[in-house]
Design a protein around this ligand. Structure first.
Ligand SMILES: Nc1ncnc2c1ncn2[C@@H]1O[C@H](COP(=O)(O)OP(=O)(O)OP(=O)(O)O)[C@@H](O)[C@H]1O
Length: 300
């Protein structure tokens, strides 16, 4: 369990990059840390792992600060900047140094290379000649090397191709299902919404939304459709529910699918579609919530 309490980071003369941020990432769940460029995600994660001092507040892992952990790599796997790895070393050398530092069996290096699908030939190539996707794979191998129970990953999908993203998603899902805690950041909603159980949305250094993905989806309403669209609209009106009808005949409303289902049932209407306004709806919510930190939005 990761707990962040009232975390604030001020740079220079009063620029607040992280502003009174509190949230937690629970055991056995994948928590997505989402926000546009410059929102404060990396700063928060750097504070969590002791690389940047906080101006105020605390970040703890199972109640302890990262810097107080006796062998941190055995408890917390960290991937912050895949390009920050020693460029002159080979992937295998980097893993071997980490394996020795953590006092792990030698076989662990080969296991991790296999897990992240780096071939023997690639493992013996210098990291300066790695593609970004290969660096991410190596970074994930390093993070998992000590078999930690917590993972903190900053933009781990950067540079991965679609198959790589699918692979990472399955890996992290399995890790959380076995009881691990995953916190991963992204500035891309669609990357995170398929994998995260919980979402923490940050904009301008402040938390603008957090909750389970289901709760956030609930908050963005429902799409329903019936073959008899006018009858569905009448039933909604009679039930005093606010709604809009889109050009494709679907009804959009802020109430949850359960309520819409009840109204349709009471009116004797069969629904051909009933679902959370996910995907596009969540995207819209994300853009709205973080609007004043979106460069494009700010310029408009
Ligand atoms: N060492 C520093 N000195 C001054 N300002 C900094 C420093 N590090 C970060 N910042 C500023 O803090 C803000 C938050 O940056 P941060 O890297 O945490 O954002 P982010 O959410 O990770 O963004 P991205 O998605 O672009 O990686 C930015 O405005 C950034 O310029």
């Amino acid at each position: 369990m990761i707990t962040v309490e009232s975390l604030t980071k001020t740079y220079g003369r009063g620029f607040t990059a992280v502003d009174d941020v509190s949230f937690s990432a629970a055991t056995g769940r994948v928590t997505g840390f989402l926000g546009p460029n410059g929102a404060g995600k990396s700063t928060t994660m750097r504070i969590m792992v002791g690389l940047t001092p906080a101006t105020a507040g605390t970040a703890t892992i199972d109640g302890r600060r990262f810097t107080d952990l006796p062998n941190p790599g055995r408890e917390v796997g960290v991937l912050l900047d895949a390009s920050a790895q020693h460029a002159g070393r080979t992937g295998r050398e980097i893993l071997t140094v980490a394996q020795r530092t953590m006092g792990l069996p030698r076989a662990r290096v080969e296991q991790m290379l296999e897990l992240v699908s780096l071939t023997d030939e690639e493992a013996d190539r210098r990291v300066r000649n790695y593609s970004l996707g290969m660096r991410q794979r190596l970074g994930i191998a390093t993070a998992l090397l000590g078999d930690p129970h917590v993972l903190i990953l900053d933009e781990p999908a950067n540079g991965l191709d679609p198959a790589g993203i699918r692979w990472m998603r399955d890996l992290l899902r399995g890790y959380a299902d076995r009881g691990g805690t995953v916190l991963l950041s992204s500035h891309l909603l669609h990357e995170i919404e398929v994998i995260a159980d919980d979402l923490v949305v940050i904009g301008n250094g402040r938390i603008v939304a957090r909750g389970t993905k289901a709760e956030l989806l609930e908050a963005i309403g429902t799409v329903a459709r019936s073959k008899d669209a006018p009858a569905l609209a009448r039933a909604m009106e009679e039930a005093d529910l606010a709604f809009t009808v889109h050009a494709d005949g679907s009804v959009h409303t802020e109430v949850g699918p359960e309520r819409v289902g009840e109204v349709a049932h009471a009116a004797g209407l069969a629904l051909t579609e009933l679902r959370h306004a996910d995907g596009a709806g969540l995207e819209e919510m994300f853009l709205e919530l973080t609007a004043d930190t979106q460069r494009e939005g700010a310029a408009a």
